[in-house]
Design a binder for this molecule. Structure first.
Ligand SMILES: *Cc1c(COP(=O)(O)O)cnc(C)c1O
Length: 212
């Protein structure tokens, strides 16, 4: 198991989104609670009209949660796990992690791209660094502007989508690979498109607009 998860079993609670990496249709969140009575201690509020003649151990939503009425979101998670089995989900997640490693490899081998963070799971943060990027104190500001334009250009282009973030003052393109259908060919399309758009932006100095 990934050493990043060491100690996970000691957490009081773990929150996750099955509508992310388990590919369950939106929306369903999930919290795993070490000690279920903590929920009851926190949320239990039983007005007279909900009081029972005799207390039992039935699972009452209003004793574990903010809400009383709510939809049966757990059903689709349970059905998907029953239908596809744990192994299919494991393989899909492993395949996403392999693709993220593939992308980080491609980025690290490219002279005009730079990896900005390690890739333990399936998120890859990197940036485009063309050879004419300045090497003085303006470097990050210059690259931030260029990469912001690049992220905008990719969104307009539509061949791939990624988000952006900032890591230690550096604007990062943030690829998050979650779809079980994503293939190595998609990663290559993403990378080639970024290089193509990056070169075009750099050539036209679009990223310098508004510098003054
Ligand atoms: C999905 C996501 C959110 C939003 O969480 P939801 O429970 O889907 O609303 C926030 N931050 C990150 C990093 C996410 O991946």
């Amino acid at each position: 198991m990934n050493s990043l998860f060491a100690g996970l079993d000691q957490a009081d609670s773990v929150a996750l989104d099955p509508h992310k990496w388990l590919s369950i249709p939106f929306d369903v969140g999930c919290s795993l609670i070490q000690n279920p009575s903590a929920l009851r201690d926190t949320y239990s509020l039983i007005p007279a009209y909900l009081r029972k003649e005799e207390e039992d151990d039935a699972w009452e939503s209003h004793e574990r949660h903010f809400t009383l009425s709510r939809s049966f979101r757990a059903l689709k998670v349970w059905m998907s796990l029953r239908t596809f089995g744990r192994g299919r989900f494991l393989r899909a997640i492993e395949s996403n992690i392999d693709l993220a490693r593939h992308l980080s490899q491609v980025v690290q081998e490219a002279p005009d791209f730079e990896l900005l963070a390690p890739v333990p799971l399936s998120i890859v943060c990197f940036r485009y660094v063309p050879p004419d990027a300045p090497h003085d104190g303006t470097r990050d500001e210059w690259l931030n502007r260029l990469n912001a334009s690049l992220a905008d250009a990719l969104l307009a282009d539509g061949r791939a989508f990624l988000s952006r973030t900032t890591l230690k003052g550096k604007l990062a393109l943030r690829a998050c690979i979650l779809n079980h259908r994503t293939s190595p060919a998609d990663i290559d399309i993403l990378f080639r498109t970024l290089r193509e758009l990056g070169q075009a932006i750099d050539r036209t100095d679009l990223h310098l607009v508004g510098k003054e």
